[in-house]
Design a protein around this ligand. Sequence first.
Ligand code: ZN
Length: 214
Amino acid sequence: MTVKHHPDISTLMAFSAGTLDEPYTTVIATHLAMSEQGREIMHRLNAIGGALLESEPEAEIKEGAVDRLLGSLTGEGVQPLPHREPASVPAPLRPYLPLGLEGVRWKWTGPGVAAADLAVGKDGKSRLMLMRVAGGRSVPEHSHGGQELTLILRGAYRDRFGVFEVGDISDHDEDVEHQPIAEPGEDCICLVAVNAPLSFRSRLVRALQPLFGL
Ligand code: ZN
């Protein structure tokens, strides 16, 4: 399987510089663990960054941040999660999911949608969570109060940007509005980093948002 959707270059550069908060770092590191192509892009960016640093010696970038993360990555190519195999969780995600995806305690956040909080960033705003959308169901149409970084771990979803499958990343900022719909069949499970609540288009959904916790 080939990953078709990659993170924004600006997100990868921030990852490389070590300036991303933990939720975003974890999503990118997990994506890189699943995508050989993603690792190749990252290596090229690092080479460019290294060349830039040589011409700008005063730039402050945490050296080795990427290498440390990449050092823990193993395997070749995209590694889709086999079903009901707790050990299949990619290495950067394992500290958050000691019992694998099957051990997650999901909380209901809307019809056909469940979520589980995994971590909060140092800034107190960014959150790392899992979202699970039943096959054929959708997340209500929304825009974003900040950056929404989503990695598909299982299943697939479709929105106006295309179909997102295992290993794919969607990297959206506040200007983007979309309505992800899980492809029919198996549940779509995503790893998501956000730093602001989602902004739902429907007044009804907005009214119920405190219940959903999104
Ligand atoms: Zn979104």
